[in-house]
Design a protein around this ligand. Structure first.
Ligand SMILES: Nc1ncnc2c1ncn2[C@@H]1O[C@H](COP(=O)(O)OP(=O)(O)OP(=O)(O)O)[C@@H](O)[C@H]1O
Ligand SMILES: [Mg+2]
Length: 249
C-alpha cells in the first residue's frame, strides 16, 4: 500500500468532460447580495444529456452562461476536459466558444439586421468554411428545423418559436462538442417541441454532450438521462431518468 495514488479529486478532473468546483456567482446590488449560484459542484461526462430544472431565479441561466465562458465566477472553478476555463487565453476562449460549444440563449440573441440564414451562417465564420458551403449548411439546418420557407426573414418578421429555431440552428450548424441550450423549446407548440426533442436526442446519440435548461418536465423526462434540479443557486437533486443510453424512451 502506497500513498502515491491520485486523490479522488484529481482523478475526476482527468476524466470529467465538464466539472465545476464550488462554483459561485454573486451579484451585489447596493446593500443586497444575490447568490445567483452558490457553491455548485457538478461533473458531466462526455456524451451525457443533462436537463437542468428549477424555479425562476434559481440560477439555471447563470450556470449555463458560466459554463459557456460568457460570464466569470465570483468563486470556484470550471474545468473543460481537465483544463480550467478561467485560465484560457482570449484566443483559446474564443476558440472554445466558436468551435467547441453551441449556445442557445433564453432570449435568442439573433442579429436583427441579418436574415435567418445569415444568422445561422455567422456560426461558421470562425473556420475556413467557404461562403457557398456556409450557405448550404445553414439552409439545410434551417430546413431540418422546418424553416425552409423563412430563410430570408429577419428576426422581427419571425414568430417567437421561429426565432428560437433559428437560434438552435445557429448553435447546431457547426457540429459542436457541447450544446448548452437555455429553454430551447420555451416558445414552441407541442409539435415543434417534439421535433426539437427528437433532433436534440439525435445530436446527442452522435456524441454531442447536451446541457439543457427547461421548465418542461415532460421534455426533460423524455430526452435527458439525468435531471439536475436547482433552488436558490444550489443543486438540490441530481437523478438519473429511465431514458436508455441510446437516448430514446
Ligand atoms: N446581472 C444581474 N444582476 C443582479 N442579479 C442578477 C443578475 N443576473 C441574474 N441575477 C439574479 O440571479 C438569480 C438567478 O438568475 P438566473 O437568470 O440564473 O435564473 P434562472 O434560473 O435562469 O431563471 P428563469 O427560469 O426565470 O430564466 C435571479 O435571482 C436573478 O435576479
Ligand atoms: Mg433563465
Amino acid at each position: 500500500m502506497t500513498d502515491s495514488k491520485p486523490t479522488k479529486d484529481s482523478s475526476i478532473a482527468d476524466t470529467a468532460w465538464i466539472r465545476t468546483s464550488k462554483l459561485s456567482r454573486h451579484y451585489v446590488r447596493g446593500p443586497q447580495e444575490v447568490r445567483a449560484l452558490d457553491g455548485v459542484d457538478l461533473t458531466i461526462s462526455h456524451g451525457e444529456f443533462v436537463a437542468v430544472v428549477g424555479s425562476s431565479g434559481s440560477g439555471k441561466s447563470t450556470l449555463l452562461n458560466l459554463l459557456a465562458g460568457l460570464d466569470t465566477p465570483t468563486e470556484g472553478q470550471i474545468f473543460i476536459a481537465g483544463e480550467e476555463l478561467n485560465t484560457f487565453s482570449r484566443k483559446r476562449l474564443s476558440r472554445y466558444r466558436a468551435e467547441q460549444i453551441g449556445m442557445v440563449f433564453q432570449s435568442f440573441n439573433l442579429i436583427s439586421h441579418k436574415t435567418a440564414q445569415e444568422n445561422v451562417e455567422t456560426a461558421l465564420y470562425f473556420n475556413e468554411t467557404p461562403k457557398s458551403e456556409r450557405r448550404k449548411l445553414s439552409r439545410e439546418m434551417l430546413s431540418r428545423l422546418g424553416l425552409a420557407e423563412r430563410l430570408d426573414h429577419h428576426p422581427a418578421d419571425l414568430s417567437g418559436g421561429e426565432q428560437q429555431r433559428v437560434a438552435l440552428a445557429r448553435a447546431l450548424v457547426k457540429n459542436p462538442q457541447i450544446l448548452f441550450a437555455d429553454e430551447p423549446t420555451g416558445n414552441l407548440d407541442r409539435e415543434n417541441t417534439a421535433a426539437i426533442s427528437a433532433m436534440l436526442k439525435s445530436f446527442n446519440q452522435n456524441g454531442v454532450t447536451v446541457v439543457m435548461v427547461t421548465h418542461d418536465s415532460e421534455l426533460a423526462n423524455t430526452c435527458a438521462r439525468r435531471i439536475i434540479s436547482m433552488d436558490y443557486g444550489k443543486i438540490v437533486t441530481d437523478v438519473a431518468t429511465d431514458v436508455d443510453a441510446g437516448g430514446a424512451k
